[in-house]
Design a protein around this ligand. Structure first.
Ligand code: PLP
Length: 390
């Protein structure tokens, strides 16, 4: 059996072969395997140099200073560190801390904020409009004197929609409220400039950008107003914000992947956009197809499509030759409709019909054409079967 066509780049990406090669050179005796914290010999110094070079590569993609990059195990940990760390460092005696976020955030943010609700924090859960947009006025109206953090994602992992983080950042400026942005799905898919966006904290992950799993970063703006407390203690690595021996090979992988993403960004965006258009125009002959989320404010590679009268679960079973998912990797084990699709106001039935197709660096026109053919075939068959049994 040949492998199914991979259309689940939003769940994870394969490591770019050049990145994998660089990683291997930082593991073995004949490579750079030392502990970057070892100060007493060249093995350590070499590893430290590799880590610092990767820090510059990651910083550059988001227009940050390398000293603003804290290595973590992934965007989940970065979100936890940003949110719990901000609350711990900024809560005041006798004041209930207030956090603003939305109902369509990634579980790494949703579950962290929900946990903090149980720890004496108030959380405002903003509901986006039907396009998936959280408006700046909505955020502003939710602010209170006790608000210490706003946490919103730049690109939604299920919908591909883009939040107007620039407008929200500008509105928050000078108010003494930290602004955290989960950019795990944005890096490598659109230009990001933390300075222009007025962001204080930003979560990044390597494995959504052709780097390895298990490594990520948190951007922490260098400013006396931006304080977070460590959530992992033990040695004071990463300027006291995240202890633990740095995994040089993982970090080199993330650095290389982010540099490649930056170098090829314009070309990649254009190429994926044309593949996306090819997929959508291929489906034009099929009626009752809905694109969930904003039509315009989106990255090209993520499409959440609904097909009238067809459940995503049955469609996915029929599309054995395509690797797709009905949203987040974590939710696909359950039969619950996506909380993100419900969060933008879709009914249970509509939410059950949503299937995510995500394209990436190794997607070809032939694969898109094959996907179109398969989708048309299976949707038509499922609809006929349904009509016959009605
Ligand atoms: C994948 C993802 C995460 C989690 O990142 P990990 O590095 O896998 O922990 C967080 N937020 C968003 C938006 C994601 O897409």
């Amino acid at each position: 059996m040949t492998k199914p066509v991979y259309l689940d780049y939003a769940a994870t990406t394969p490591v770019d072969p050049a990145v994998a090669d660089a990683m291997v050179r930082h593991l073995t005796m004949d490579g750079v395997f030392g502990n970057p914290a070892s100060r007493s010999h060249g093995y350590g110094w070499q590893a430290e140099a590799a880590v610092e070079s990767a820090r510059r590569q990651v910083a550059e993609l988001i227009n940050a200073d390398p000293r603003e990059i804290v290595w973590t195990s992934g965007a989940t940990e970065s979100d936890n560190l940003a949110i719990k760390g901000a609350v711990a460092a900024n809560r005041r005696e006798g004041v209930r801390p207030h956090i603003v976020t939305s109902v369509i955030e990634h579980k790494a943010v949703v579950d962290t904020c929900a946990w903090l609700e149980g720890q004496g924090c108030d959380v405002t859960w903003l509901v986006p409009d039907s396009t998936g947009a959280v408006a700046v006025d909505q955020v502003e109206a939710s602010l209170r004197p006790e608000t210490l953090l706003v946490s919103l994602m730049l690109v939604n992992n299920e919908l591909g929609t883009v939040t107007d983080v620039g407008a929200i950042g500008a509105m928050l400026r000078g108010r003494g409220i930290l602004f955290h942005v989960d950019a795990a799905q944005a890096a490598g898919k659109m230009p990001i400039d933390v300075t222009a966006l007025n962001v204080d904290l930003m979560a990044l992950s390597a494995h959504k950008v052709y780097g390895p799993k298990g490594i990520g970063a948190l951007f922490v703006r260098r400013s006396t107003d931006v304080r977070i407390d460590a959530q992992i203690h033990g040695g004071g690595h990463e300027r006291g914000m995240r202890s633990g021996t740095l995994p040089t090979h993982q970090i080199v992988g993330m650095g290389g992947a982010f540099e490649m993403a930056g170098a090829g960004l314009d070309e990649e965006m254009g190429r994926i956009e044309s593949l996306r258009d090819r997929l959508l125009s291929g489906l034009e002959g099929l009626d009752g197809v809905h694109l969930h989320g904003s039509v315009t404010l989106r990255v090209p590679g993520i499409l959440n499509l609904g097909f009238d009268g067809v459940e995503a679960e049955s469609l996915m079973l029929g599309l054995r030759e395509l690797a797709v998912s009905s949203g987040s990797a974590c939710a696909s084990a359950t039969m619950e409709p996506s909380y993100v699709l419900k969060g933008i106001g879709l009914s249970d039935a509509q939410a059950h019909s949503g299937l995510r197709f995500s394209l990436g660096r190794f997607t070809t026109e032939e694969e898109v054409d094959f996907a179109v053919e398969q989708i048309r075939l299976v949707v038509t068959r499922l609809r006929e079967r349904r009509r016959a049994s009605a």
